[in-house]
Design a binder for this molecule. Structure first.
Ligand code: GDP
Length: 471
């Protein structure tokens, strides 16, 4: 097989290389065999767990769905630093509270549903394009509309341009909020001219972009901005079906000492209820409690509603999809498979593991776990070792690769190992600097190997050693 792969032009293959399905198919056909790919796509698995037929996300047959209702728009505020994004969000929030919304104190749950004269509007709490692009990088699209904030006394700045580019790439319409019009140096006409250069032509100049002059300080123009958002969202004809099982996106998530994994999610379609079984990223579980942005317990959350939920087995990632499911067992399978993929995706040399990530793994005490950190001399060997390790997990003992990377074993690796109670495995590499002493002080084991097979054998034995004695 190796000879064939080499003759087919694949370089760098060795006995421990894992082949993808397509390569395996081609290779097998060279020997007259046929490979059948039994792995279901994740969409199919999710649909099965939900008890639905899989449908492509971009072709929902909206015309025939009689349960569709208009849902509130979801808005992200972007713009250059200090142009007033946060101030604008705060002003909208306090205006909404003033309109008689229950409870003055609002909690940060990733998004905020403001009640306005023109109906509810959902604002994502984190302004700026980093959060927006991080979501997009994970394939999530949560934003219907972008409010581009440009300070009237400063004009178009580098991040203004970036925001426009991100909005364009995501094909999300922009409404421009020219802010700080209360300031003496404010020049709204200049802002317009500069934005025309970026292709945003104001309506009054014959273009299609809505511009609203506002002041986050005095509140001038805010009402008009909200009205424009609602008009624009009417044009977009945003619909959802509240009668379906819920689906949406994780906005942010964290591990709370007392409450366990906490996920702040945006329900985008369907209705989520307490007691529903939920799949969110690599986490799954029954929704134990839901809280809205006023810290109030809620029992259900319909389309375009942000809620904080408790009850997941793991902390999902921001941008992860969320689905209410009927079949807990299938959901668990999907969650576990995602977790496996996550461990493998840690393999790139640049992968960073935060303390939060580690504690997330530690929280899962339902299973015994052996945690390892793998360092190697070249990417290929790190990959091979990590890959072989990840296959050692059994029903009873799990092997978790906390971190895998190329290079010598550093003090940082040891710190990680201390925090995660992990062992460190070096493949053709040695501890550098104070790493050795640091490991010794903290009773962290470092094992160095030059033969993959030996490493696997030792780890397998260690895993067996972890098992409680059978009666
Ligand atoms: P962000 O970085 O875009 O979130 O900007 P901030 O909301 O933090 O605002 C940056 C600074 O501009 C703060 O000192 C605000 O008080 C001030 N600021 C924001 N909006 C206005 C406004 O409409 N008028 C005036 N005069 N100052 C504003």
């Amino acid at each position: 097989l190796l000879m064939k792969l080499l003759s087919m032009g694949m370089t760098g293959v060795h006995i421990n290389t894992t082949l993808d399905a397509d390569t395996a198919k081609i290779l097998a056909s060279e020997f007259g065999w046929e490979v059948e790919d039994l792995a279901k796509s994740e969409e199919e698995s999710i649909a099965a767990a939900r008890g639905e037929e899989a449908v492509a996300a971009d072709t929902p047959d909206k015309s025939t769905d009689t349960n569709l209702i208009t849902r509130p728009p979801v808005v992200t505020v972007m713009g250059h630093v200090d142009h007033g994004k946060t101030s604008l969000l705060d002003k909208i929030r306090s205006a909404s509270v003033a309109t008689g919304e229950a409870g003055g104190i609002t909690q940060h749950i990733g998004a905020y549903r403001a009640s306005t004269k023109h109906g509810p509007i959902v604002f994502l709490d984190t302004p700026g394009h980093e959060a927006f692009t991080a979501m997009r990088a994970r394939g999530a699209s949560v934003t219907d509309l972008i409010i581009l904030v440009v300070a009237a006394d400063d004009g178009v700045m580098p991040q203004t341009k970036e925001a426009v580019n991100h909005a364009r790439a995501a094909k999300v319409p922009i409404i421009v909020a020219v802010n700080k019009i209360d300031k003496p140096g404010a020049d709204t006409e200049r802002v317009k001219r500069e934005l025309v250069e970026l292709g945003l032509q104001p309506e009054e100049w014959g273009g299609e972009t809505i511009f609203v002059n506002v002041s986050a300080h005095t509140g001038a123009g805010i009402e008009q901005l909200l009205e424009m958002i609602s008009i624009q969202s009417e044009v977009m004809d945003l619909k959802a079906n509240p009668k379906k099982a819920a689906s949406g996106t994780v906005l942010e998530a964290l591990l709370d000492r007392g409450r366990g994994p906490v996920a702040r999610v945006l329900v985008q379609d369907g209705t989520l209820r307490v007691g529903d079984f939920l799949l969110a990223g690599a986490g799954f579980g029954k929704v134990r409690a839901m809280t809205n942005e006023h810290g109030k317990q809620v029992h259900e959350a319909g389309p375009s509603t942000p809620v904080e939920i408790l009850g997941l087995s793991e902390v999902p990632g921001a941008g992860d999809p969320m689905h209410a499911v009927k079949d807990p067992k299938k959901a668990q399978e999907i969650a576990e498979s995602r977790k496996g993929k996550m461990a493998r995706s840690l393999i790139p040399a640049t992968a960073k593991v935060s303390l939060e990530e580690i504690s997330k793994r530690m929280a899962d005490s339902s299973q015994q776990e052996l945690r390892v950190i793998v360092k190697g001399d070249v990417q290929g060997s790190v990959e091979a070792v990590a890959d072989a390790f990840s296959k050692l997990s059994t029903d009873r003992v799990k092997l978790a690769i906390i971190h895998a990377g190329v290079g010598a074993i550093t003090e940082g690796d040891i710190n990680l190992a201390i925090a995660a109670k992990a062992i460190v495995i070096g493949f053709n590499v040695r501890p550098a600097g104070k790493a050795s002493a640091h490991a010794e002080e903290n009773k962290i084991e470092i094992r160095i190997y030059s033969i993959i097979y030996n490493a696997i054998e030792d780890v397998r034995n260690a895993m067996e050693g972890l098992l409680p004695p059978t009666l």
